[in-house]
Design a protein around this ligand. Sequence first.
Ligand code: ADP
Ligand code: ASP
Ligand code: MG
Length: 412
Amino acid sequence: MPVLVMKFGGTSVATLDRIRRAAKRVGVEVAKGYDVIVIVSAMSGETNKLVGFVEETSPLFDAREYDAVVSSGENVTAGLMALTLQEMDVPARSWQGWQVPLVTTSQHSSARIVDIPTDNITRKFGEGMKVAVVAGFQGISPEGRITTLGRGGSDTTAVAFAAAFDAQRCDIYTDVDGVYTTDPRICDKARKLDKIAFEEMLELASLGAKVLQTRSVELAMRYKVKLRVLSSFEEQSDEAGTLVCDEEEIMELNVVSGVAHSRDEAKMTLVAVEDRPGIAAGIFTPLSEAGINVDMIVQNISDEGHTDMTFSCPVNQVARAEKALKAAMEAGSIAFSELVADTEVCKISVVGIGMRSHTGVAAKMFKVLSEEGINIKVITTSEIKISVLVERKYMELAVQALHHAFDLDKAS
Ligand code: ADP
Ligand code: ASP
Ligand code: MG
């Protein structure tokens, strides 16, 4: 039987009623003759609640116990989904990550998938089971500890299963009906895209468009998974939603195809760092060892042998970063006069494959922001994106102004 992977995010399984609705969609695909692997998230709000419990109990928590706690939300929905399907006379059972076993690295709270053996589930399909409901976001490390794949990780579980089982398609059911030119929740002019290229989706996801986890897009690109994003709240046809596909499948490539934002950023500056070889390594090695996701980095021009080093990271990692840098200073590997954290910033990015062959996008972006009176704090660019850090209070304004200026309001 052909295999289909269907993933339901938090809002799509937020209540028993929604689980029934999702189960009905699964039933439709089973009736078409598919063996279905359903990947479920925790009920919406549940993972945030669990993360809150951990942070309140232990601010600089042991990541292994964090994973033990936050992975539990998915266990509930997996069991409930299997029960709901059974009530509909669809043969189904649930699987937690370790039962598959979905093997990951030992990088707790952001583990990577290493292996998904298919034999257990395939055997069950052979015995007449029609749906394997798998708890998303979780796995097991080589040491036998529960791991999680980072926030939004159920998307990655879904794509990895689609690759491992050579599924015909991987459908990501969520609370919007596809991928938009920007987050439809902060710009009402956002337009749904019928298709988006892997590379653009990869940039948008990594720059904050949480509709797909970045790693899921990477895996889909590498294993040529047919990946589709669609709404679990509407009746769906086979053409619904947005298809994430190769660039070659898209007729017209826009210079800018999307605007992304990442709300919870922080900017940290080490003031008066001694400017000598090895200083960048001295700063960023302890940060990486502490698991800090450093994003933008700017080093100022040196003044009398000293320089300022600025970097950005997620706002909830500031305390951890400060601890790592102060420890490095005490150990004598770096020296600085002050550590300043600005926790009121956000990152705004414009993305488009067309930027490879068009100039002037950065200049236009900066002009639009200046016309709105928005000051840019840090800038980074790559081949197909430009990102800036700005004050968080300007986030919506910046997204809307850029969306308009790059003609994304209009259908192409
Ligand atoms: P799920 O719980 O189904 O995994 P998420 O909340 O993780 O859903 O992702 C869906 C959300 O992503 C949408 O509600 C929307 O606010 C947000 N989003 C951000 N950028 C985009 C975009 N470019 N297109 C569509 N949705 C986006
Ligand atoms: N429940 C997890 C989260 O909220 C994983 C997911 O939903 O994809 O991040
Ligand atoms: Mg998600």
